[in-house]
Design a protein around this ligand. Structure first.
Ligand code: KG4
Ligand code: ZN
Length: 395
C-alpha cells in the first residue's frame, strides 16, 4: 500500500510517500527557518502563509521523487493535530481535497503518534542488519521531546486476530507542565543571541564548554514524578545573564548577527563560537546537561516502573548528541534497549505520518470530509489524573 503523508503542524511543510508503512520512497521537507529566524521563534500567521505557498509544490515533489503519479497512490494520511491550527488546516484541507478528487481513502494522524512511528520506521529500515530489534520493540516507554512537546508514553502493540495487523495502545505516563524541552533550548538561545532554532546551535556550542561549571540542581515534581518542568531552568539562566557581562556580550552578538543578516549572510558555528566567551560556553553546556539529565532520568524511571525492556526517544530534541549518548549509556547500564530515529526522521517530517497512517488504514480507519485541525489533541489515555490543564500549544 502506497501512502502519501502530509504534515504541516508547525513550521515545516512536508510530504512523503511510504510503501507498506516501512519503505520510504520519498521524504520532502520544506523548512521555514529563514522566515522565522529573525523573530527567534515561529510566527503562526507567517507559518500558515508559507504552508499555503509550499504545500502544492512539496506534494508534487514527493510524488515525483517517489516516481509515482497521484493515481498510483493508494491512500492519504494527514496530520490533524496537535499544532498551530492555521498551519494544520492547510495540510488537512489540501489532504481532504486531494483524497476527494482522487477518490482515495484518507486518514487523520496525531502528530505525536507520528513521532513514535518515526522510531518504528527507522527500526524497520535497520532490521535486516539486526533482527533482535523487533523483539525489543514492545511494550516500550517512548519519550517524545520536541519544540512543542515533552511527553512520556507506554506503547503497546496488540494483535486483535491471527494474521491481523497491530493496533497500538498509548498510555500517557507524564508530560511537561510548562515549557517543552525544545522550547527551553530555543528560548535560552534567543536570550543569549545564538540564533534560531536554538537546539542545534546549543548542541554544537556546548561541546566547547564545561557542563559542571553551573549547578542548576534537580527539578523535583510534586505529584506525578514522571512530569517535567523546564521553565524554572530557563528562568535560572535568565537570572545569571540579566545585568551581567553575559548580557552585554549577547547584545553585541545580536548586533553582529543583524549586520550579517543585512548582508544576506549567516554566521557559521565556528564564527558563533568565536563570539562566545568561556563563561557563555560553560553556561550553555551546563544548561544542556541539566535538560538532558532530567529527560534521561525520568525516561529510565518510567521504563523501570513499567517493567518494559526498551525505550524510544523521538522528536526534534532527539537529534541532540548528548541526549543520544547519555540515553544509550544509561539504558545499557539498566539492561534496556534504546532506539532513536535518524536525524531526518527525528524532526518533523511526513514519512512518520504516512507510516502511522498506514496502520490505521490497514485496520480499516477512514476519515471523511468532517476531518478538521485540532490545536490541542492529546494522544492516548492518561495514567494519572491530568496535572496539566492547558495543553502545551507552542507548536
Ligand atoms: O520535532 P520538531 O521538528 O518540531 C516540533 O514538533 O516541535 O522539533 C523542533 C525542536 C526545536 O525546538 C529545536 O530547537 C529542537 O527540536 N532541536 C534540538 C536539536 N535539533 C533540533 N534540540 C536540541 N539539540 C538538537 N540537536
Ligand atoms: Zn514534531
Amino acid at each position: 500500500m502506497l501512502v502519501l503523508g502530509i504534515e504541516s503542524s508547525c513550521d515545516e511543510t512536508a510530504a512523503a510517500v511510504v510503501a507498506d508503512g516501512e519503505r520510504i520512497l520519498a521524504n520532502v521537507v520544506a523548512s521555514q527557518i529563514l522566515t522565522h529566524e529573525r523573530f527567534g521563534g515561529v510566527v503562526p500567521e507567517l507559518a500558515s502563509r508559507e504552508h499555503l505557498r509550499r504545500i502544492g509544490p512539496v506534494v508534487d515533489e514527493a510524488c515525483a521523487r517517489a516516481g509515482v503519479t497521484f493515481a498510483q497512490v493508494d491512500a492519504l494520511a494527514v496530520t490533524e493535530g496537535p499544532g498551530l491550527v492555521g498551519s494544520l488546516l492547510v495540510g488537512v484541507v489540501y489532504g481532504k481535497a486531494l483524497a476527494e478528487a482522487l477518490a482515495k481513502p484518507l486518514v487523520g494522524v496525531n502528530h505525536l503518534e507520528g513521532h513514535i512511528h518515526a522510531v518504528l520506521l527507522e527500526n524497520k529500515l535497520a532490521r535486516a542488519a539486526n533482527p533482535e530489534i523487533e523483539a525489543a520493540e514492545f511494550p516500550n516507554v517512548t519519550l517524545v521531546v520536541s519544540g512543542g512537546h515533552t511527553v512520556l508514553y507506554r506503547v503497546e502493540a496488540n494483535y486483535p486476530a491471527p494474521g491481523a495487523g497491530p493496533r497500538f495502545r498509548y498510555t500517557r505516563l507524564g508530560q511537561t507542565r510548562d515549557d517543552a524541552a525544545g522550547e527551553a533550548f530555543d528560548k535560552v538561545a534567543k536570550l543569549l543571541a545564538l540564533g534560531y532554532p536554538g537546539g542545534p546551535v546549543i548542541d554544537r556550542l556546548a561541546a566547547h564548554g564545561s557542563a559542571d561549571a553551573v549547578d542548576f540542581g534537580r527539578v523535583r515534581m510534586k505529584g506525578n514524578p514522571l512530569d517535567f518542568s523546564f521553565s524554572g531552568l530557563k528562568t535560572a539562566v535568565l537570572y545569571r545573564v540579566r545585568g551581567s557581562k553575559l548580557e552585554h556580550e549577547a547584545e553585541e552578538r545580536r548586533r553582529w548577527q543583524n549586520d550579517l543578516r543585512r548582508e544576506g549572510k549567516r554566521p557559521s558555528a565556528d564564527e558563533l563560537r568565536e563570539h562566545c566567551s568561556r563563561e557563555t560556553l560553560d553556561l550553555i553546556a551546563s544548561f544542556q546537561s541539566a535538560v538532558v539529565n532530567d529527560l534521561v532520568e525520568r525516561t529510565l524511571a518510567a521504563a523501570e516502573a513499567e517493567a518494559v525492556s526498551s525505550v524510544f526517544v523521538s522528536g526534534g530534541v532527539a537529534c541532540n548528541s548528548l541526549l543520544r549518548r547519555h540515553s544509550l549509556e544509561a539504558a545499557r547500564a539498566q539492561g534496556l534497549g534504546c532506539f532513536f530515529p535518524s536525524l531526518t526522521l527525528a524532526t518533523d517530517n511526513a514519512a512518520m505520518i504516512a507510516a502511522a497512517g498506514f496502520f490505521k488504514l490497514a485496520a480499516g480507519e477512514r476519515a471523511d470530509l468532517t476531518l478538521t485541525a485540532h490545536a490541542s489533541f492529546p494522544l492516548g489515555l492518561s495514567a494519572e489524573p491530568d496535572s496539566v490543564t492547558a495543553h502545551n500549544q507552542n507548536c
